[in-house]
Structures are given as C-alpha cells and as structure tokens.
Design a protein. Structure first.
Length: 532
C-alpha cells in the first residue's frame, strides 16, 4: 500500500503533488504553431507534449489563452470563460488537457483577476452607462481633478508608462469620468469591492476546473485590492515594469481576503493549485500570501533578480526559504519568465552566459520546493535585444514613448528544427523574427547531443525525479571558498556552485551531474555540480 495512504493526517496534508513539482511555463504564442498563421497555439503545444515528457516536467503552466484582443499578449481578457480562436478554441484546450493527463503531466492556466480587456462586455456596458451606475461600479471610475475634471483623479502612473487613468467620452459626447488602469489603457482595473467581481472570478475558476484543469497562475496576485480614497503615491522610486513594497497600487491589506475566498473555491477541487504572481520584497509580507488559507504557492523572484555571484545567490536562496518558512509554505524558484530578460543574457551572454545559466539551472533544480522553467531556458536561449523596432508588440514600447523596448526579447518563438528561421516553429511568418544564429540552439541540434543544455536539463530532471537524495525540506550550507557556494539537502544531495573565473576543488562525494566536464576533481569556472 502507498505510504502516503497510511500516513497520519498531518503528513498526508503536506504531500501534495505541487509541493515538489517542476513546472514548465509555456508562452503559447511562441511555443509551436500548428496552422501556419505565425502564432503558436494549443494544438501546437499538444503536438509537442512528447517533447515535454522527454524533458521530464511534471506540469505545464499556460500563459493566458482566454479570448483576448491581445493588447498585452493575452493579459487583456475579453471573455475569461472562452479560449481565443487564435489558440484553437475550447476544444483545443480540452484536447491538450486530456493528452497531458494521459502523459501524467498537469496543466495550470493563467487567470487575470486584476483587470479585464476594454473589449470585455462589462467594460463596454460601463462606457455606455451613466456615472454612478452599477455597470460603472464594476470598474474604478472617478471624476477628474482640477477645472472641468480635466486632470486625472490621482497621480498614479501605469506600470507600462504614462498615466494610470484614461478619460472617457460620456454617451452624450461630453468629456467624462476617468477609469483606472495600472497596466495598459486596454486593461481597466476591476473594482474588487464589488461582490459581482469575485462571483465572476469564482465562476471562471470552476468553469476551467470542471473541464479538468489542475489549477491556476494568478496574475498580479498582489494587486486587486486598492486603498480607499485612492490617494496620491510617492513617485520617488517609480520605475516602469516594477513596483516597490510601499507602492500604493499593490499589496494592500484587502488582497488577503480575496485570496481566502479564492482558496475556498479551490478547496472544492482537492488537487487544484493556485500560484500567485507576488512582487513583494519583504519576507514577512510575502509570506502572508501563502498562509494555509490563501495561495498554495507564490512566485519568489529573487533568483530571477540576482546577479551571478555566489554570495548574492546564497542570500536569495536563504531569503526565499525564510519568506515561506514561518507560515509552513513551499518555496518556489524561477530564473526567468515572459516578463524578464532571459538568464543567459542577464549573466553576460555568449558562452559564459550559457555556462552560468546551466550552473544556475542545477542550483534551482536542487532546492526543496517547486521550480518553474520558462520555455526556451532548456535550450539556453538568449534574449533577443536587437528586434527591429517595427516588430515590437509589447505595449511598453509605445507607452514609454519608445524609450523602453519592453519584453518581446524574451518572447521570441522557439527554434525546433532546420537550419534557418523560422526553424519549424511555423510554416508561415513567425509573429516575432527568430535570429538565424539560433540554428545551433534548435531542439533538433540539441536533443541527441549529450552535452547540450537540453540534455543537461533532461538528466537533471530525471535525477531529481528518481534519486532519494532530493528529499527533505531543508538545506545546510557548507563552508566554501569566496565566490562559491555549497549546500546539502536533508536527503543527501550536495550542490556546489562556482561563480568565480577559476576552477575550485570539488567537495567530497560522487558526482551525479555537472554542467562542465570534471577534470582532476576540479569544478570549472561558472559551473555547478551535484554530488551524493
Ligand atoms: C503580469 C504578467 C505580465 C502582464 C501583467 C498585466 O505581470 O506577467 O505579462 O503584462 O501582469 O496583466
Ligand atoms: Ca497558430
């Protein structure tokens, strides 16, 4: 009989599938195109499930595939209970989920509760309804300040640049109220004080869970609640695409009640998981999001933010673990996603960047908890920082007055096979151009090369899945030379990282896997190794 079945309740409660899974983040527009329109889709993903199975991931996180006019790559949802035709409609999602389950992979979907698309029926209704009407009450409409209300209601900037308020024209043609949009103009913020807003999210969650989806990634999970009276905020440290802990637009206390209510819905489906996007720095505040009655998991972005330096990595690891320890939460690890520059480039690019990204992959995959791999990391893809201006689609580019290029550089479609773009991603024109230099990074070029980055990930995931040393919830730090770190998991796995430019002696033990050849028991510069 299964050990977990016999275990006491407390142990049982802590043995959920999502507590040690490796999630693979698919950015659907960029993964695989099945119909030649140049945009990746759900059927394309389904056709590549064998690839993900070979890689060895436990679960797939799909970035938004709901109906959307794509003002922000699908994070502007016009119907949360439908799949966009561009991605293949609801049948395509059903097909993907069924086949993923048959291959023993779970599927979670992005949901976007903070805002809708401006094309959502609710917002369209709000535009034609009167100020103060119930339709306006689902969003955050206010009168402007100054003479004739011509100034925005407060000084909040949009995360994407420009003001967070847009003034509408009332149905009678006069300049009217303003609505809040923390992101693009096409993404009006919902009013979470309105009970209809939660009820609609609950309907969306149940709709997808009933179709067999295994859970959700909750977009801007530290947003949603807004401070009463919407006071002006300090603009002192304001940066595009970022927020501070004291930023009035985010992390307001009321958000936790929303997460408690979301959790109650998810509890109706015992295996379902919610992972929140939580850009909160302070450990105590971060931990609040994963209290036992709130989110199951929250993204900790520290590893995606630190440079390749052992001391900084160690601090990020310690911080990420202590952020959840006090509330008994599960740590999460992520080196990159669709919003940040790819790690190969962050670590310096070129061969060194790839070496360092490989080393960090071993670090994140050796830690207790949940790891998220962003599609293309397993191929060692760099960011594409020289996309032509005319190709850029991230709203940040226009909203910043063309001063910030935005996030398209990490969203370039994946190279599958062949010697030239579009590398079988599509039979048509890819929605973003793929660099010809990626011919050496295709799946085809890497899959049978024992030393490729793909093979490294594959071996790492296999070891992580089968070796007993990858167990236990704690790590112990060992003494190590400057610029290096060594830790041991409770179960016995030792991970050594060398961030210096010179080789160092390996700690004792049998080498399970290393990112560079081991010569004379030396760990090369910019390398990591697993030992037992
Ligand atoms: C999240 C998403 C990002 C999106 C934003 C607005 O930060 O990860 O891609 O632009 O929310 O929905
Ligand atoms: Ca397509």
């Amino acid at each position: 009989m299964d050990e977990v079945e016999n275990a006491p309740a407390a142990v049982k409660a802590s043995a959920h599938w999502w507590q040690k899974s490796v999630f693979y983040q698919v950015y659907p527009r960029s993964f695989a195109d099945s119909n030649g329109d140049g945009i990746g889709d759900l059927e394309g993903i389904r056709e590549k499930l064998g690839y993900l199975e070979l890689l060895g991931v436990d679960a797939i996180w799909l970035c938004p595939v709901m109906r959307s006019p794509m003002a922000d790559g699908g994070y502007d949802v016009s119907d949360p209970r439908d799949i966009d035709p561009m991605f293949g409609g609801v049948e395509a999602l059903d097909g993907l989920v069924t086949e993923a389950h048959a291959r023993r992979m779970r599927v979670i979907m992005d949901v976007v509760p903070n805002h809708t698309s401006d094309q959502h029926v609710w917002f369209q209704e709000a535009l034609t309804a009167a100020p103060g009407s119930p339709a306006r009450g689902r969003y955050i409409f206010r009168e402007g300040r100054g003479a004739d209300g011509a100034e925005p209601p407060n000084n909040w900037p949009s995360i994407f640049g420009g003001p967070a308020w847009t003034r509408i024209t009332e149905p009678d043609g006069t300049p009217g109220q303003w609505y809040l949009h923390i992101f693009a103009t096409e993404q009006p913020d919902l009013n979470w004080d309105n009970p209809e807003v939660f009820d609609d999210l609950a309907a969306t969650l149940r709709f997808w869970l009933d179709r067999g989806v295994d859970g959700f990634r909750i977009d801007v999970a530290h947003g949603m609640a807004k401070p009463a009276e919407l006071p002006d905020m300090s603009l002192a440290n304001n940066r595009l695409l970022a927020n501070n802990d004291d930023d009035l637009r985010f992390n307001n206390a009321g958000v936790h009640e929303i997460h408690r209510r979301i959790r109650k819905v998810l509890e109706e489906y015992p295996d379902a998981v919610a992972v929140g996007e939580v850009w909160v720095d302070d450990n105590e505040r971060f931990g609040e999001y994963v209290r036992p009655d709130e989110l199951h998991l929250a993204f900790n972005f520290r590893l995606a933010e630190v440079e390749f330096a052992a001391e900084a990595v160690r601090e990020a690891v310690e911080n990420s673990m202590s952020a959840v320890a006090t509330v008994g939460g599960t740590p999460t690890w992520t080196l990159s996603n669709h919003d940040v520059a790819r790690e190969v480039t962050r670590y310096g690019g070129g061969t060194v960047g790839v070496d360092r990204a490989r080393a960090m992959a071993l670090v994140e995959l050796s830690l207790p908890g949940v790891t998220f791999i962003y599609n293309g990391s397993e191929l060692g893809l760099p960011n594409v920082d020289d996309l032509p201006d005319s190709a850029l689609q991230d709203p940040v580019w226009e909203r910043s007055g063309r001063t910030e290029r935005g996030r398209d550089g990490c969203r370039v479609p994946l190279p599958w096979e062949g010697r030239q773009p579009p590398f079988a991603f599509t039979t048509g024109q890819p929605w973003l151009p793929i660099p010809p230099a990626w011919k050496s990074l295709t799946v085809e070029a890497q899959i049978e090369d024992y030393n490729s980055t793909f093979s490294l990930f594959r071996k790492a995931l296999e070891l992580r899945a089968i070796r007993p040393e990858f167990s236990g919830n704690d790590i112990d730090w060992y003494g190590s030379p400057k610029g290096c770190l060594v830790f041991r998991r409770t179960g016995g796995l030792i991970c050594a990282l060398n961030t210096t430019n010179a080789a160092i002696p390996l700690p004792p033990g049998e080498v399970l896997l290393a990112t560079q050849p081991i010569e004379g028991r030396q760990l090369a510069a910019n390398a990591a190794a697993w030992l037992v």
